[in-house]
Design a protein around this ligand. Structure first.
Ligand code: G3P
Length: 222
């Protein structure tokens, strides 16, 4: 079995911005150190550099453009993310959908910088399509469960199983995350038992009264 990876997306939640980013990163760093689990954090662009300077956690961007450095006003390049201290980036998150050509360009741009690509998908068909592009990870997240408090592991384990099968068939080298409503060690264990390499999550930790308690629970059954 692969080493589990937990990727915490702070989105644009107020609870995940300003000084509170440091509280979340502190908690994630502490739980990563205690448990030996790899925990990554995806803050807003503004926090990539400070978080990467202060913590050993791998830092991810929430989006990257496939544009080359140059005359592309307003674009976020992989090169700039790397210089800011990012390890990788989400691509095609449900809240930041891209065309297939854009996804391909973003994955290639990350590869060119030797950065980790995590391509988000919404079902097993798009998961199979994303796997063809050879990202490091695909992350299957049924959109209707995102932020719902209802876990994909419990409400729709079939989509995880189908996605794992699809990736294994198309491109077995691609690792798999799942997300949407993930909130406990039990959710993470189910996801792992179904063949994933870890989870992508947000609200259960970011909006928790005591985030470290949720983080400890998430890794408790690994
Ligand atoms: O990127 C993680 C995400 O979309 C899942 O969000 O709040 O359901 O854990 P949440």
């Amino acid at each position: 079995m692969s080493t589990p990876f937990i990727l915490l997306n702070l989105k644009t939640y107020t609870e995940g911005s300003g000084q509170r980013v440091h509280n979340l990163a502190d908690a994630a760093q502490q739980v990563a150190d205690e448990s030996g689990t790899s925990i990554g954090i995806a803050p807003s662009y503004m926090n990539i550099h400070p978080i990467s300077m202060h913590y050993a956690l791998p830092v991810y961007a929430q989006h990257v453009d496939g544009a080359e450095p140059g005359a592309h006003t307003g674009s976020i390049t992989a090169e700039a993310l790397k210089q800011a201290g990012a390890t990788g980036s989400l691509v095609n998150h449900s809240e930041r959908r891209l065309t297939l050509a854009d996804i391909d360009a973003a994955v290639q741009a990350l590869k060119a910088q030797r950065m980790i690509s995590v391509v988000c998908t919404n079902n097993d068909i798009t998961t199979a399509a994303a796997a063809v592009l050879s990202p490091d990870y695909v992350a299957i997240e049924p959109p209707e469960l995102i932020g719902s408090g209802i876990s994909v592991s419990k409400a729709n384990p079939e989509i995880i199983t189908r996605s794992v099968e699809a990736v294994r068939k198309v491109n077995p080298g691609v690792k798999i995350l799942t997300g949407a409503g993930i909130q406990s060690g039990e959710c993470v264990k189910i996801a792992r038992d179904l063949g994933t390499d870890g989870v992508l999550l947000a609200s259960s930790v970011v909006k928790a009264k005591v985030p470290i308690t949720v983080l400890r629970d998430l890794v408790s059954q690994l």
